[in-house]
Ligand binder design. Structure first.
Ligand SMILES: Nc1ncnc2c1ncn2[C@@H]1O[C@H](COP(=O)(O)OP(=O)(O)OP(=O)(O)O)[C@@H](O)[C@H]1O
Ligand SMILES: [Mg+2]
Length: 271
């Protein structure tokens, strides 16, 4: 029932990879939702649990079309697909034009945050001042911004952190965490970024180090990887996931104590 929003400020530091990874390692039931207006990647990268390609019709777009009058939890479940490894995914749009016509961002966040018996990890892609998916941040239980170690990208991250904590995730009281993707031996670079963020006095709760690991990341491109759990990527992700899951535990409500019926979980949609 919690919503973990994952985004970047600039570049392509590994938001989608991190979102898939965190959802896969999440200790409570979880689904991954692709809300990057630039287009989803999971269906292009990963096969379904049966080894077949995923449905070419994006789940998010069909969900919004099917829920024109009302969007509810069971409808979300009906539009998810299981990918190899068992993760349930609501796949994103295939083109930015579809995102421009979506028009329901405001209700999607509330809907995803209220799914009984499951947490939701949402890939928001790159967020900026006017990006439509910003509306989803208001429903987040925690916000994660991913960055690499390129100095100009870190500058952009600090600017975005200010805005996020001013009016997006911050206003709703959601903790903001930063994930720095850096080679395992470059923890010094991560420490420098941690210091730079601390000096900018933005309310960031934690700055984590996620391993830059091409082998581990290859698994989330659909490549065959011997023991994914033993890769530097997964090993570095586990404590981050544990910290985020513990931090958002209060937002989770088991299915039997949640809004169990579709009608209860209904979100009104304005036409
Ligand atoms: N931790 C990592 N270690 C090594 N390579 C990574 C890591 N994370 C992502 N990558 C690689 O970087 C590329 C971009 O990753 P990804 O698609 O996750 O980034 P993104 O921020 O979602 O990008 P986009 O802006 O396209 O949505 C991919 O080739 C991916 O395999
Ligand atoms: Mg992405």
């Amino acid at each position: 029932m919690g919503l973990l929003a994952i985004a970047s400020a600039k570049g392509s530091p590994g938001v989608t990879t991190s979102a898939m990874l965190f959802a896969a390692l999440w200790p409570r039931p979880s689904i991954l939702v692709e809300c990057d207006p630039a287009g989803g990647d999971v269906a292009l990268r990963m096969p379904g649990a049966d080894g077949e390609p995923l449905d070419s019709n994006p789940g998010l777009l069909n969900l919004v079309a099917a829920g024109r009058k009302s969007l509810y939890a069971d409808l979300v479940r009906q539009h998810t697909e299981k990918i190899v490894g068992g993760l349930d995914v609501l796949t994103g749009m295939t083109t930015p034009e579809q995102a421009a016509g979506l028009g329901q961002w405001n209700v999607l966040g509330a809907l995803f945050a209220e799914l009984p018996g499951t947490d939701t990890v949402v890939d928001l892609g790159r967020i900026g001042a006017e990006t439509p998916q910003n509306a989803i941040l208001a429903s987040a239980s925690a916000v994660v911004l991913v960055v690499d170690t390129v100095p100009s990208n870190v500058v952009h991250l600090r600017e975005r952190l200010r805005r996020v904590s001013d009016g997006l995730g911050g206003e709703a009281g959601a903790p903001v965490h930063v994930v720095v993707v850096a080679p395992p031996k470059r923890s010094r670079a991560v420490a420098e970024i941690r210091d730079a963020i601390a000096q900018s006095q933005t309310p960031v709760e934690a700055v984590h180090h996620l391993a830059h690991d091409t082998t581990g990341a290859g698994f989330f491109l659909g490549q065959v990887v011997g023991s994914p759990a033993r890769t530097a990527l997964v090993r570095s992700a586990q404590p981050i996931v544990d910290a985020l899951a513990a931090r958002t535990a209060g937002a989770f409500v088991p299915a039997d104590r949640g809004t169990a019926t579709a009608a209860d979980a209904d979100v009104e949609v304005s036409s």
